[in-house]
Each structure stands twice: as structure tokens, then as C-alpha cells.
Design a protein around this ligand. Sequence first.
Ligand code: COI
Length: 360
Amino acid sequence: MALAPIAVTRAAEPKAHPADDRLQFGTVFTDHMFVMNYTDGRGWHDPRIVPYQPFSLDPATAVLHYAQAVFDGLKAYRGSDGVIRFFRATKHAERLNRSCQRLCIPALDPAMIVKSFHALVGLDQAWIPKKRGTALYMRPTVVATEPFLGVRPAKTYSYFLILSPVGSYYAEGINPVKILATDTYVRAVKGGTGDVKTAGNYAASIYAAEEAKKQGYTQVLWLDGVEHRYLDEVGTMNIMVKIGDEVITPPLSGSILPGVTRDSILTLCRDWGLKASERPISIDEVIGAARNGTLAEMWGTGTAAVVSPVGELGYKGERITINNGKTGPLTQKLYDAIVSIQYGEAPDPHGWMMPLETAS
Ligand code: COI
């Protein structure tokens, strides 16, 4: 079936663009946004691009009370060859729909999600920064819009897509971050919502993250919710360690997000003939490896974080320095490799990059 046409209303006054070298994460938004609505009995309708603007919501709107909200995050890059490309757009659209399903939100046509990417980024493409390390971050989101205080799936929803030119996610840039493994708070348990991108997961993480910050850490390393023993993820990124010659990352066992960058980095490691294991890894194994000198490197992976080296791990009052607090050689090689693919400088053997189609 043909996709519904997208109505476009242009902004009267284009905004000023920030300089590439001043970009932070998620503070500036482009001139337009994409919106589409869902109504029970009618399905998803009225795809449109309108000037970037606030929403007006009834105070009883379901999402404001019970967080029936999902989102995803992906990036569009301006390649060194001038071509604009999305990184793994289809995979992100599929994950958004998986998140919708878990939150009882009606699925979108994945082709329409991808069409919204092309249409909005095509219109606002002048906002895509050029400098290496920058990109246009894309935030597709779905929220329940029905004004109703009962706890059940809403009957109306909005899908929207907003765009933000970004630099590094962490203030450290690509320098190593410090993470604190907590045995006090938990992010998720198997059977919960830890394996989808829903707003509540992030709300629940803020308190522990603030406590970690007071102790000088950038982020929390979440351990499993049952035994407080196995590494889960960092919340803003998946976690990987290199012990001896083995790259290890926790398996997709139901409590961590199936990261698109995680999948890509595992693929690169395997392409290079490295042993890359998806297996449970306990905090004791990591600390044991640090003590016996085999903990070589640690890094996080994520759309916003890309590949972020971890220079220090805190646990039960101990501070463990990894690779002398410096970016490890494999971490650097993985960062360079993925970034070169994203900027269209290196071959893309797995077909991860999707060039922007200009006609919508
Ligand atoms: C992303 O990497 O896209 C995320 O959603 C993580 C985050 C900024 C919350």
C-alpha cells in the first residue's frame, strides 16, 4: 500500500545554526518536526512536517501520569564526500516498534518511520554539522495523548520526530569516563522493561546517577536486579570489557537494551577475528581481572555515546583504574572504524549506511 503523503508547513523564520565546535548534546533543535497521530479505529494518520513548536497537552494526558512513552535515537551524518547518510535506520525503526509493542502502543508502519527520517532530515539538512565527531541526532518518539486517568492503553497517540545537531554526549568528549557499579539501586529485571526504550527506564535511573556524580563519576554501571552481581548496562550505553584476548559483553537476556551500536561493534570485532563473547560477566570477574592484570580495556557503546572509553570503575568504595585511565588501543580502533563507516570514508560491507533520499 502506498504511504500517505506528508503535508509540509515551513517555518516562517529559520533559526540561527550553532557553530560545529560549540555543539553539546541535545540542547539545540532544528526548524521543523515531523508529527503523526493515532486514533483508535482510524489508525495512524495525518503525517506532516510543521515548524518546531511546543505541544499543548491536557493536564490529564495519559503520558504525563503513567509514562506510556517510547523513543529511539539514531544519527544522520554528513559524509566527508558530502553525502548524507543514516546509520542503521531500519534497525532503529524496528526497535521503536518493538518498544511500542511492549508498552501497548499501536505499531507504526516501519516504512513510514523511515520515510519520516528522509522527509524531515531532507528538509532540515542544512543543520547537519560537518566536523568529525558531530552529527544530527534524531529522536523518534511516541507518546499516549488521551486525557484519561485510568490505567489502560490510551486510545490516541502522537508520533513525533525531532532533530538536534550534536557533539559528544559526555562532557569528557572522547576521553575516558568514570563509572560507578552500584549494588544499591537497580535499573531493570528480566520481565520488566529494561530491554526496550521507554521513558520510565531513564526516569528511574536519575537518582542513582546523581549520587554517582557526587562521588565524581560520569555514569552508573548497573548490575543485574536479582543478585547485584552481573554487569547489565550503563543506561546511556551498553558495556564491553576486554579481558586478556576476549571481548565480553552481557548477553541480551531481557534486562538490557539491544543496542544498535553494541551489535555493530560485536560485528566489527568478529570481522577482525577477535573472540567476542556475549555472556554473563560478574563484577567479581572484572575486579579479579583488574587485580591479576588481565583487565585490558573497558568501553561503552551507544548511538549518543558512540564508543566511549572507561578509564575508571568504582565498586564498594574501591576505585579501579583501567589502562592507566587512557583510551585503550582496541577501543580507539573500534571508534575509528565505526566513525569512518559513518562518515562514508571506509567501505560499508554490512550495508549499515542508508543515503538520504531527497524526494519524499
Ligand atoms: C541514545 O544513545 O540514543 C540514547 O538514547 C541514550 C541517551 C542519550 C539517553
